[in-house]
Ligand binder design. Sequence first.
Ligand code: PMP
Length: 375
Amino acid sequence: GSREQVTGIDDLPVRDELRGKSPYGAPQLDVPVRLNTNENPYPLPEALVERIAERVREAARNLNRYPDRDVVELRTELAKYLTKTGNHRVGVENVWAANGSNEVIQQLLQTFGGPGRTAIGFEPSYSMHALIARGTGTGWISGPRHEDFTIDLAAAQRWIAENKPDVVFITTPNNPTGNAVPPETVLALYEAAQTAKPSMVIVDEAYIEFSHGDSLLPLLEGRPNLVVSRTMSKAFGAAGLRLGYLAAHPAVVDAVQLVRLPYHLSAVTQATALAALEHTDTLLGYVEQLKGERDRLVGELRAIGYEVVESDANFVQFGRFEGEGGSHAAWQKILDRGVLVRDNGIPGWLRVSAGTPKENDAFLDAVRELLGFVG
Ligand code: PMP
């Protein structure tokens, strides 16, 4: 037959559910103060940079070989870190690692979701959950929250009972709103999910190290359908590393290996992550500083006159921006002052990541002017 010239995505035989869509990602703008992607503002300490170089040099000598497919040494160290910080004994058999928690979540949906299956999340929440669902052919159900962004437990239980999803996402602390989910709520949702199906419950703890409260790792005891997902992108200040991991029953670790690509975690990634874990104490020291800055942001934003959602993460959701253009106009005005924050498309609200004290001051100056509090 006749061959037309291909000019764009829609001329290709892409899957129907991808038509007309755009790739996920916040604008990467080159401005003085970037507080839009919940990164850790502190570069890695020089001693760690040296250690990474050392371990990567060693790994380089073996790059002619495939890396450890089962990632045993790194999973062992991650298990030790979780055991030390999580009030729960975690062994290597409970841990799995991949390229960012995004890949962990993708592997979980490839394993427990997929065509003919559905996942539910309570929105607004981390929008990649829905996008990874789409990418894996998993149906998506957008569950409810209260006006104050806490999970509406009664409604959530009803939705789970009625929709019988195969996977339930709970993000705690939640992104972009910052609030943590009480353990009782997680337990009640787990029970609802087991009664309805039973289904897998994924607790996304990407920001847990910044929380006032504890990790939900102890809930793993006796709950084989529960998964806790973690990342080195935030607390370890290593977003560029791409290392996410999960803790769960050993059967879950076995199951995700059915879909993981062989040698998915490069030898360079494994070496770098191991070096970073050697410096856990230093890196968690930065977390303490950031928690202080986060609490300062909450306090000062409230003092200026903004509404702020209680935050257990390294970012703060603030508002409300009513009227003409609402939050997007405010986002632009803050950007005009050299500060990039995040507009997650939640009407009336913006999100700011906790930066260094200087960056946070620049942000606070910008939002003070915005409200006309500066003469
Ligand atoms: N979960 C949540 C809630 C997040 O906010 C993020 C990063 N924005 C991730 C997972 C993914 O992080 P990564 O892939 O870098 O581990």
